[in-house]
Design a protein around this ligand. Structure first.
Ligand code: AKB
Length: 343
């Protein structure tokens, strides 16, 4: 069987770096692209790196035959509120260009190019925090009323993906419809890696607080103590992408799936950080705009469809996340002693 060729956009980002490492174990030929040069840690796994603005680079990829496109490049939720139109250009134009490429190649090859898209809990939007608390768990099709540019972009790109893989140019009505691309999306909660830090997102307070505590740096959390959203360990995020890409299309009842791992408040993050690093200095100084964004996101996610259709199940619940992934790795990284053993 010939080696599968994949494109990873946004390869230098948090998910990108972890995904390239995950894919490297699967025998793929990996082409990466990003605004930045590749970090040393993933350089050995990339057959070729194309550096530059994706929107202007996509033409170049028409010379390649990708089996799968992992389109991770994005401007995240907080950054996108500072440069809104630029975020739209990156998030929507970039996705649109790649979907056009996937549609064209699928028809030419007579074989669907798979298109994996990380969407987000930012696609949801509650009117206020009371509605959020009252509602609890959300299903994919509920509360699709995002408050942020990033959330609007993600939701719209989900719709574009569905359009390009089912109804492109109404060609599905042709007597002999062409092969269309195979779009699949996962709505991720806040992600936490022990190896990298996010930038530009609003769920960033979770990982920022934990990394600061492990390094002995003070941290002023930009949301209230009672703020609650869903989070996930980065290895589970990568596992979900690799699982979804492999599921036979006929098993999928939808194109966009929620996945869930655990939910906790910013105050509970602080308690966990203090248990592991008792001298951590964590205060709360809410920023009204960033607070508003997180208050519009769900505190719990219903991932029944992913569990049913492709057997999704996270490896890390909240205790395993801290005890078996984050704390052991972060201690190695920052060389902090294990204070838990004394408790
Ligand atoms: C963000 O905060 O922008 C992202 C997300 C939840 O999609 N991490």
């Amino acid at each position: 069987m010939s080696q599968k060729s994949v494109l990873v956009t946004g390869a230098c980002g948090e998910i990108g770096q972890a995904l390239v490492q995950g894919l490297s174990k699967g025998g793929y030929r990996i082409v990466t692209t990003d605004l930045m040069p590749l970090p040393e840690a993933i350089k050995p796994f990339s057959a070729e790196h194309v550096q530059g603005d994706l929107v202007y680079r996509v033409k170049q990829f028409y010379d390649y035959d990708f089996d799968i496109i992992f389109h991770l490049a994005a401007s995240l939720s907080s950054k996108a509120e500072i440069a809104t139109e630029e975020a739209h250009r990156i998030n929507v134009d970039g996705t649109m260009q790649l979907l056009m490429l996937a549609a064209y190649k699928s028809e030419r090859r007579g074989k669907a190019v798979k298109f994996l898209f990380p969407s987000s809990i930012a696609a949801y939007g509650f009117a206020n925090v009371e509605e959020k608390r009252r509602t609890g768990r959300v299903k994919e099709d509920d509360y699709n009323t995002p408050h942020t540019m990033y959330g609007c972009n993600k939701l719209y790109c989900e719709k574009l993906g569905i359009y390009y893989s089912n109804f492109y140019a109404q060609r599905h009505l042709d007597p002999q419809p062409p092969v269309m691309c195979d779009f699949r999306a996962i709505r991720f909660p806040g992600l936490i890696s022990a190896f990298t830090l996010p930038s530009g997102g609003t769920s960033d307070y979770g990982p920022e607080m934990l990394h600061a505590a492990a390094q002995g740096r003070p941290y002023a959390c930009f949301v209230r103590e009672d703020t609650k959203i869903s989070f996930m360990a980065m290895p589970d995020a990568i596992k979900s992408i690799l699982m979804l890409v492999d599921v036979p299309r006929e098993k999928l009842t939808r194109a966009v799936y929620n996945i869930d791992a655990f939910s906790l408040t910013a105050g509970e993050f602080r308690q966990r950080a203090l248990r592991a690093f008792p001298s951590a200095q964590i205060t709360f100084e809410p920023n009204p705009r960033r607070q508003g964004i997180v208050d519009s996101w769900p505190e719990d996610i219903d991932d029944t469809a992913a569990r049913r259709d492709w057997g999704w199940k996270p490896d890390y619940d909240i205790d395993r996340f801290f005890d078996e992934y984050f704390l052991p790795e972060i201690r190695k990284r920052y060389r902090t002693p294990n204070r838990m053993t004394k408790e």
